[in-house]
Design a protein around this ligand. Structure first.
Ligand SMILES: Cc1ncc(COP(=O)(O)O)c(C=O)c1O
Length: 283
């Protein structure tokens, strides 16, 4: 869809590969600078970028619930974005891989509102914990999918048959398993939010995914990579620093709770110890 020099708009912070994939095609990935505390793209922000880059903009990436923040867009927010986007010749790459892991609110797929403009992306890595099986799927306008099939056949050929069979089983019979795991993730989410409140960490309230987006205390003198190293060394906790998700100068890190409760409890103890030892505070 992109020729060299075309623009792909990526609301940030975002999953890293959107920017990398655009750049591999010599397209320009433009980060949309969303704001604290929710880091969501608004119609105003989007319109500014659409008007600034004009016909160069070929794709807008949307991913909700959002990796890494865990927030999502309400149906009204999705409708407001669709109302704007329908006036532009821009495709929406709509990555809904966390849609089954939404704990609060309601999920409205962009593809329902703008089917001719949207490429709907999903997979089984999150809802069926099948990371590593590498099966995803995409729905969209047939002319785009025809071209995509050519590229896919040349680059990848196909996935292993057993992986696709397993995916079919998930899609046909996996709903109850996902629902059961969702309850489990939600307990971990509540546990982590309570723990962060007790410790004193500030964070963005997550509605979905299995991530918690935590603000680095202002008292820490260093960037997000330095804080990640500090936590690894002193708390024995591995987190992902904001630098993996955006070039914006915000100071956050991502905790994944796709880990057992036992490990999360140990991690929380480590974080509490370091937070206190550092004399951490926010301005
Ligand atoms: C937003 C988002 N999209 C897509 C993927 C890709 O998942 P996979 O390649 O494991 O199917 C991930 C994985 O972390 C993700 O967070």
């Amino acid at each position: 869809m992109c020729q060299p020099g075309d623009v792909v708009l990526v609301p940030c912070p975002a999953y890293t590969l959107y920017r990398i994939n655009a750049e591999m095609r010599d397209a320009k990935a433009v980060e949309l600078e969303t704001a604290e505390p929710d880091f969501k793209v608004t119609p105003e922000l989007l319109k500014k970028a659409l008007d600034k880059y004009g016909e160069k903009v070929k794709v807008l990436v949307l991913n909700y619930p959002v990796n890494p923040t865990g927030v999502t867009y309400t149906p009204d927010e999705v409708r407001a974005l669709a109302d704007l986007l329908k006036n532009y010749n821009v495709a929406i790459l709509d990555d809904e891989i966390y849609a089954d892991l939404l704990y609060e609110g309601e999920h409205l797929p962009m593809a329902k509102l703008l089917p001719d403009q949207t490429l709907y992306v999903n997979g089984v890595s999150k809802n069926a914990a099948m990371t590593g099986w590498w099966v995803g799927y995409i729905c969209g306008p047939s002319d785009v999918l025809k071209a995509l099939t050519k590229v896919h056949q040349a680059a990848i050929s196909t996935n292993a048959t057993m992986n696709m069979d397993a995916t079919e089983e998930v899609l046909r019979h996996g709903k109850a398993d996902t629902a059961q795991m969702k309850t489990e993730y939600d307990q971990r989410r509540q546990f982590l939010m309570d723990a962060m409140d007790k410790i004193g960490f500030h964070y963005t309230k997550p509605m979905g995914t299995f991530y918690l987006w935590v603000k680095i205390p202002d008292s820490f003198d260093g960037d997000s990579m330095a804080y990640a190293e500090h936590l690894a060394e002193k708390a024995k906790v591995a987190i992902v620093p904001v630098a993996a998700f955006t070039k914006l100068p915000v100071r956050y890190f991502r905790i994944s709770y796709a880990a057992s409760m036992e490990k999360l409890k140990r991690a929380v103890d480590g974080l509490a110890k370091v937070f206190a030892e550092d004399g951490s505070f926010y301005d």
